[in-house]
Design a protein around this ligand. Structure first.
Ligand code: C2O
Ligand code: CU
Length: 464
C-alpha cells in the first residue's frame, strides 16, 4: 500500500515536472486548489428557500481532505469571497508559517488572491480546517471542512463516517444566515448559539447501516459556540481518540460524551439495534432529553457477530508525557462576560471600565488584557516543558485551544489523560495543562467560542 502510494506520488510529481518544462508559467498551478466561495445550499427544511453560505468549493462542510500520516498536504487557497480570508489546519502540529492565522502567521488573503499551503502532517487523526480571519463571521457562514490524517494501519471496521456537527443561526422568515454576528448578547453570553443543528450540512442526516456492523465515527464539532452532549442509542461503542489523539486504551462510552466547539472524538461503535429499527447518535437538549442528530436505520445484518472491544489506535510520534519537575509555571485568568463582575481591563494600552469595553465590543479579558497584546503570554525556549494554570472566573464554559502543540491535563499533580488541543473549562473552574514547547513559532491560545475570541479571549505564546 505504502509502496503504491509512494509510486503514485512520484508519478504525479514526474508529470508535474514534465508540464512545468513545457509551460514554465504553469508551474504555479501544481497545487490542488481549495476555493473559498459563496454558494446556495438547502440547509433548512424544504419549506425554506436555499441559504446562501460561504464554503470551501461551495460546500459546507467543505471537501474531505485525506492525507496519509507523515506525508505532505498541499492546497492553494483561492479567495473568491468578498473579503480577505485564510485557512487554519486545526490540531495539526504544523510549520508555523502554514498555521493560517491572519495577522500573526500570515497576511489575510485578499479577494481574488491565493495562498499556497504546503506542510507535513506528523500525527494521524481526525482534524479540521477552517477560516482564521474574522472567524466568528466566516466559520459561522460555513467555512470549514474535515481533515483526516490516516494511520498506516487503520483499525478494522466495516465503514467509516465523518460527522461534522454545526449549528446555524438562521433568520426564521427568510432562512438566510442571521448577520448580527457582533450582537452584544451573543458576545457577552454563551456565544453565537444557533437555531438549526446539522450533521454534514443536513438537519436530518440518515446513515443506513447493517445490524452488527462496526463503524468508526469521526465526530467534529465545527459550530461557533454550541457544546454537544452526545449519547449512543442502539449502538455500543468506545472512544478511541479525542482531538485526533489516540487514547492509551479505548474507553467504553456508556454515558455522555461532551464535545465542545472545535473538539473531535473518534468512536468505534457496533450496531446493536435490530433490523427494521433505527439506531441514533442523539444530542442531549436543554430539556435534558435526547434530540435527534444522526439516525442510523438498520437493514440487513453484517456477516460477523459483534466483536471484542477494539484495541488502541497506534500512538502518534509526539505522544510523550512532559515532566513537570522543571516545567515553567504559567497562569491565565479568564474574566468578564455577562454576570462576570469584571470591573475593568486594558484595551489599546488604556485601562477601561466594563461599560467602556462593552461599547467597543470587548466583554472578556485574559490576565486583564481585553485584546491580543504586542507581548506574548510567554516567551518559551524550544523544548521547554510548561505547565499552565487556567482560571475561569466567568460564569460561562469556554473551549480553550492551543495552536501548534498538544497538551495534557494535569490532574493530582501529574499530566494525565489523552493529548488534546482544545480544553473545555466549566464556569468558575480552574484547570491545569502541561505541554512541551517543541514547535517553534508564534502560536495562538484562545477560546474557540469564536465570538468570545473576537471580544477579548485571545492571547499567544512565542517559542524560539
Ligand atoms: Cu480552530 Cu485558532 O482555531
Ligand atoms: Cu469562551
Amino acid at each position: 500500500m505504502q509502496t503504491r502510494r509512494a509510486f503514485i506520488t512520484r508519478a504525479t510529481a514526474a508529470l508535474g515536472l514534465a508540464a512545468t518544462a513545457r509551460h514554465p508559467s504553469a508551474a504555479s498551478h501544481a497545487l490542488p486548489s481549495l476555493t473559498a466561495q459563496e454558494a446556495s445550499v438547502q440547509l433548512a427544511p424544504e419549506s425554506y428557500p436555499e441559504t446562501s453560505i460561504w464554503g470551501y468549493e461551495g460546500r459546507t462542510p467543505g471537501p474531505v481532505i485525506r492525507v496519509p500520516q507523515g506525508e505532505r498536504l498541499q492546497r492553494r487557497l483561492v479567495n473568491d469571497l468578498p473579503e480577505p480570508t485564510s485557512v487554519h489546519w486545526h490540531g495539526i502540529r504544523i510549520d508555523n508559517a502554514m498555521d493560517g492565522v491572519a495577522g500573526l502567521t500570515q497576511d489575510a488573503v485578499a479577494p481574488g488572491q491565493s495562498f499556497d499551503y504546503d506542510f507535513v502532517v506528523p500525527d494521524a487523526g481526525t482534524y479540521w480546517y477552517h477560516a482564521h480571519n474574522r472567524s466568528w463571521v466566516q466559520v459561522a457562514r460555513g467555512l470549514h471542512g474535515p481533515l483526516i490524517v490516516e494511520e498506516a494501519e487503520a483499525p478494522e471496521v466495516d465503514r467509516e463516517e465523518i460527522l461534522v456537527l454545526d449549528d446555524w443561526l438562521l433568520d426564521r422568515d427568510t432562512g438566510l444566515i442571521d448577520d448580527s454576528f457582533n450582537h452584544p448578547m451573543m458576545m457577552s453570553h454563551a456565544g453565537r448559539i444557533g437555531n438549526l443543528i446539522t450533521a454534514n450540512g443536513r438537519f436530518d442526516l440518515s446513515v443506513p447501516v447493517r445490524r452488527h456492523a462496526r463503524l468508526r465515527l469521526r465526530l467534529i464539532n465545527a459550530s461557533n459556540a454550541r457544546i454537544f452532549p452526545l449519547q449512543l442509542d442502539g449502538l455500543r461503542g468506545w472512544i478511541v481518540a479525542l482531538d485526533g489523539m489516540p487514547l492509551a486504551a479505548p474507553e467504553m462510552l456508556d454515558d455522555i460524551l461532551i464535545l465542545g466547539p472545535a473538539q473531535r472524538a473518534d468512536l468505534i461503535v457496533d450496531v446493536m439495534a435490530g433490523e427494521g429499527e433505527t439506531a441514533h447518535l442523539p444530542r442531549i437538549g436543554n430539556d435534558d432529553r435526547p434530540a435527534p442528530l444522526v439516525a442510523f436505520p438498520v437493514s440487513g445484518s453484517a456477516a460477523q457477530r459483534p466483536r471484542a472491544a477494539p484495541g488502541a489506535l497506534p500512538p502518534n510520534p509526539g505522544d510523550g508525557i512532559p515532566s513537570l519537575a522543571d516545567a515553567r509555571p504559567l497562569r491565565l485568568v479568564m474574566a468578564g462576560g455577562a454576570m462576570g463582575r469584571m470591573e475593568s481591563a486594558v484595551l489599546g494600552g488604556e485601562r477601561l471600565g466594563f461599560r467602556e469595553l462593552a461599547a467597543q465590543g470587548r466583554f472578556w479579558a485574559f490576565n486583564e488584557m481585553a485584546e491580543m497584546t504586542q507581548e506574548p503570554l510567554a516567551d518559551l525556549s524550544l523544548g521547554e516543558p510548561v505547565r499552565l494554570e487556567i482560571v475561569n472566573e466567568t460564569v460561562f464554559p469556554h473551549a480553550m485551544h492551543l495552536h501548534g502543540m498538544h497538551f495534557r491535563e494535569v490532574r493530582d499533580g501529574r499530566p494525565a489523560g489523552p493529548m488534546r488541543d482544545t480544553l473545555m473549562i466549566d464556569p468558575r473552574e480552574t484547570r491545569e495543562i502541561a505541554f512541551v514547547a517543541d514547535n517553534p513559532g508564534d502560536w495562538l491560545f484562545h477560546c474557540h467560542m469564536l465570538s468570545h475570541a473576537e471580544s477579548g479571549m485571545m492571547t499567544w505564546i512565542r517559542v524560539t
